[in-house]
Design a protein around this ligand. Structure first.
Ligand code: KIV
Ligand code: ZN
Length: 517
């Protein structure tokens, strides 16, 4: 029997962005969307256009740019949201509107304060309205995991009749167990008379660590779409992790009723990109994309893998795009070697001018660090694109920091602010603290520092340090990144990068600030 295709619906840019602190600017969302398109994701949920003008613009620019994936926008089941989503998506090659309304007794009574009949009617009207914008409409009964099966059957039947082509079953609060969730999908497909006219989809949250298991149970029982996100990013404990469901379906194709059609060699790139943009580090033991996912520490394992890889490895590292600590370039490497390596790493720059600028940065790095690894190139280019995409009101001109035992650390920072240079000196608990204080003396942003983290890109003390800084002001959250072999400089770059985003009024509001979702 030939297998059916499993649709991979990525919601990193929508549910993922609802993670506390995982704010992304419109250019960052577009960068991730391009990476998802290279991964050959079937559907990209680009955002929630009604939530803010910024998110509307982000969805619109993704819809106008991405050609190979369906672009989806989320909308509550009301006319305003649906028309906003339709408008944002109107230039997409292939578009989908995803509309939802809660169906659990608790949500209908407490949150919506609506009778079940009214909920069904609102779902029907919303789906009909969405069909005026696109013939690809998805409906989600929110909190389906805690809804009554009879009511779910009723609303799903009505939704399909009204024109929904995908029925998504969210376990919104991550409450279900795999057999329970799988059974819900099975019952719906069996009991809803017109179920054959729609594709059933899973949307599982990870509150009990069961999101991937529940999604796969859904597939075993007839679902043909999984909603998931890179690194499992999402509300609270997150969503089903895309890399885990995809590699589970691929690796255990012997037991799976369907197949996935993604370029899995892009998984590592996508994971790194999302982690660096959001400032959410990937835990080392994370399945598929964690730093240790393919590392064998014990002698017995190393010996086995050297004799026959399959003794301890069920997947090939290359299949998920893992390129490990390979010495590729050095000080004497030329522009074409650099360009070739970018191509091998699937990194694309938009113009020759960008390539030239990235190459200049590579040369600067090679002056400081004799051995340049793939990871260095990835971090360097990621940082470069980040700066290119941020409208730079503030630029870091120079920084000098002093740390001495028994003395108070001090930093002298020169910034260019709207083209005018200013210098400040400040003291702090450490050199980084002093640098941030000096910057604040000049900018007075009044922002709260929510996250400061440093990670080394490769091993060794001459490694590039990647710094993530998260700032919050009046509900707006931004993430800044900076990389340098000197972590004080990397920190100052990350802080300035975050400030530029914070001071850019065009940037979007974090979706969590939007009331009523
Ligand atoms: O978790 C959820 O219920 C959602 C819906 C909007 C699909 O994210
Ligand atoms: Zn969700």
């Amino acid at each position: 029997m030939s297998k059916e295709k499993l649709i991979i619906f990525d919601t990193t840019l929508r549910d993922g962005e609802q993670s506390p602190g995982a704010a992304m600017t419109a250019p960052e969302k577009l960068r991730i969307a391009k990476a998802l398109e290279r991964l050959k994701v079937d559907v990209i949920e680009a955002g929630f256009p009604a939530s803010s003008d910024g998110d509307f613009a982000a969805v619109q620019s993704i819809a106008r740019t991405i050609k190979d994936s369906v672009i989806c926008g989320l909308a509550r089941a009301n006319a305003f949201d649906i028309n906003r989503a339709g408008e944002a998506l109107k230039d997409a090659g292939q578009s989908r509107i995803h509309t939802f309304i809660a169906t659990s007794p608790l949500h209908m009574r407490e949150k919506l304060q609506m009778e079940p009949d009214q909920v069904v009617e609102q779902a029907i009207q919303s789906i009909k309205l969405a069909r005026n914008h696109t013939d690809n409409v998805e409906f989600s009964p929110e909190d389906a995991g805690r809804s009554e099966l009879d009511f779910l059957c009723r609303i799903v039947e009505a939704a399909i009749k009204a024109g929904a082509t995908t029925i998504n079953i969210p376990d919104t609060v991550g409450y279900n167990l795999p057999n329970q969730y799988g059974n819900t999908i099975k019952q719906l497909i069996e009991r809803v008379p017109n179920s054959a006219n729609a594709i059933f989809s899973t949307h599982c949250h990870d509150d009990l660590g069961l999101a991937v298991a529940n999604s796969l149970a859904g597939v075993m029982n007839g679902a043909r779409q999984i909603e998931c996100s890179i690194n499992g990013l999402g509300e609270r404990a997150g969503n089903a992790s895309l890399e885990e469901v995809v590699m589970a379906v691929k690796t255990r194709h012997d037991l799976m009723p369907c197949y996935v059609d993604l370029d899995t060699t892009q998984l590592m790139n996508c994971s790194k990109l999302v982690s660096s943009i959001t400032g959410f580090a990937v835990q080392p033991n994370k399945a598929i994309v964690g730093a240790n996912a393919f590392a064998h520490e014990s002698g017995i394992h190393q010996d086995g893998v050297l004799k026959a890889r399959e003794t301890y490895e069920i997947m090939r590292a290359e299949d998920v795009g893992l390129v490990s600590n390979k010495l590729v370039l050095g000080k004497l490497s030329g522009r074409s070697a650099f360009k070739n390596r970018l191509e091998e790493l699937n990194i694309s720059l938009d113009s020759v001018e960008e390539l030239n600028q990235a190459f200049r940065r590579f040369k600067d790095l090679a002056d400081k660090k004799s051995e340049i690894f793939d990871e260095d190139i990835q971090a360097l280019v990621s940082n470069f694109i980040e700066e290119e995409n941020t409208s730079e009101k503030i630029k870091l001109v120079s920084i000098k920091a002093c740390s001495e035992t028994g003395e108070t650390p001090e930093a002298k920072v020169t910034l260019s602010i709207d083209g005018e240079e200013k210098t400040a000196v400040a003291q702090g608990g450490g050199a980084v603290d002093a640098a941030f204080k000096a910057i604040e003396d000049m900018i007075s942003s009044d922002a709260n520092l929510q996250l400061y983290s440093v990670s080394n890109v490769t091993e060794g003390t001459d490694s590039l340090g990647e710094v993530a800084v998260r700032l919050e002001k009046s509900g707006r959250i931004v993430n800044g990144q900076g990389a340098d072999t000197d972590i004080i400089i990397a920190s100052a770059k990350a802080y300035v990068n975050a400030l530029n985003k914070l001071l850019n009024p065009g940037d979007k509001v974090h979706p969590q600030v939007f009331e009523g979702v």
